[in-house]
Design a protein around this ligand. Structure first.
Ligand SMILES: Cc1cc2nc3c(=O)[nH]c(=O)nc-3n(C[C@H](O)[C@H](O)[C@H](O)COP(=O)(O)OP(=O)(O)OC[C@H]3O[C@@H](n4cnc5c(N)ncnc54)[C@H](O)[C@@H]3O)c2cc1C
Length: 336
């Protein structure tokens, strides 16, 4: 570990103001470091994958397919979300299935923990709009969700309140910055991390006042975990596909699947207005696991794949623990 890493007065520059960089900047600024966060895009953050995300904080549901490290980082992150943004809704998430997906639903129940099985009446009590739609559901009461397009500016405000500086439209490289540099460029870091790849996730925003939901609803689907997430003002996000492709278009097939899934959750979605089609490229390493890479005074935090909102707070805490105390989490931190 170099001396520069240990010096508390060393400036800390973070590149990329997506969810990874925002949490790094926040925890470092709160710890008293002189933080500057550089973002090449503007405040709208449309260049960030984070802009397109669902924002589900679902460590238990994700355990169906993800490695245990994701649940560990996710559970710690839930505490940090609660601490920093106490308004974060932690009212759980639901998993439902149509009869033809019954086996997959039971498998999902077996592969995951910390859920309660609801019968149709229990589901209707929780989500009256879903009355009569499904014969049962899995309820994960401890899970939460955030709206990425609201929460990123909130985090940016908190960084400034903690004494950090944010420079938008600032396209920088680590070599031109002094002190400690934390590279959170997502897929933009491929010039230095050639093994990164983008995994396309398509989403659709729709609007209706015919359906009210208080929490994300996942629909068991043979190919992708499809979900409907309520946003404010009658908006719902439908997501998300997972495709090994790096174009950012939305295919007709994906649109049909996403809209079809919403329609089968509730037919009133058939009358909803389509507000937006979009997609983001999830930055992923070959093992689909996140990595904090240390090389001299440069630290890279990347590979958040489909879990950026779920795990970014815990990754920031681990980076800070390394910089301040030389602590290394062997599952995530790799020293060159
Ligand atoms: C459709 C979809 C749904 C998703 N749903 C969820 C979900 O429900 N829950 C969850 O936890 N995760 C979800 N994800 C995954 C999550 O969005 C990603 O893991 C996360 O956004 C990655 O964040 P990041 O900060 O690493 O990258 P990004 O968000 O891409 O941020 C990187 C930033 O770096 C900036 N940058 C790049 N180069 C430079 C440079 N040279 N100088 C300055 N700035 C630079 C970019 O402009 C960008 O803003 C979803 C993803 C998609 C696509």
């Amino acid at each position: 570990m170099l001396q520069t890493i240990k010096r508390p007065d060393s400036p800390v520059s973070i590149i990329g103001a997506g969810i990874a960089g925002a949490w790094q900047a926040l925890l470092f600024a709160q710890a008293g470091h002189a933080v500057t966060l550089h973002e090449r895009g503007d405040e709208a953050m449309t260049e960030a994958t984070s802009h397109w995300a669902g924002g589900m904080l679902a460590p238990y549901c994700e355990a169906e397919v993800a490695e245990p490290i994701i649940s560990r980082l996710g559970l710690r992150s839930l505490d940090l979300w609660r601490r920093e943004l106490p308004d974060t809704p932690f009212n759980g998430s639901l998993v439902v299935a149509h009869p033809r997906e019954r086996n997959d639903f039971e498998r999902f129940a077996r592969m995951t923990e910390h859920h309660r099985r609801l019968d149709a009446a229990g589901l209707a009590a929780l989500e009256p709009s879903l009355e009569g739609r499904f014969r049962d559901a899995l309820f994960f009461p401890a899970e939460g969700h955030v709206e990425p397009r609201r929460v990123l500016p909130q985090l940016h405000e908190r960084i400034k309140a903690a004494g950090g500086t944010i420079k938008f439209c600032s396209d920088v490289t680590a070599n031109e910055l002094d002190g400690i540099v934390i590279d959170c460029r997502g897929l933009g870091a491929r010039d230095e991390q050639s093994e990164l790849r983008g995994v396309k996730g398509e989403m659709i925003l729709i609007e209706t006042d015919e359906v009210q939901l208080a929490r994300p609803v996942r629909l068991i689907h043979p190919r992708w975990p499809l979900y409907v997430i309520p946003r404010e003002n009658g908006l719902f996000m439908l997501g998300a596909t997972s495709i090994e492709a790096e174009d950012t278009g939305v295919s007709v097939r994906s649109a049909l699947e996403l809209l079809g899934a919403a329609y089968t959750v509730h037919p009133a979605f058939g009358e909803a207005r389509i507000v937006e089609f979009g997609s983001g490229l999830r930055p992923a390493f070959p093992d689909n696991l996140p990595r904090i890479g240390i090389r001299d005074r440069k630290i890279s935090v990347n590979g958040l794949y489909r879990h950026g909102f779920l795990i970014a707070p815990a990754l920031a805490e681990l980076t800070l623990a390394y910089v301040e105390r030389g602590q290394i989490d062997n599952e995530v931190v790799q020293c060159a």
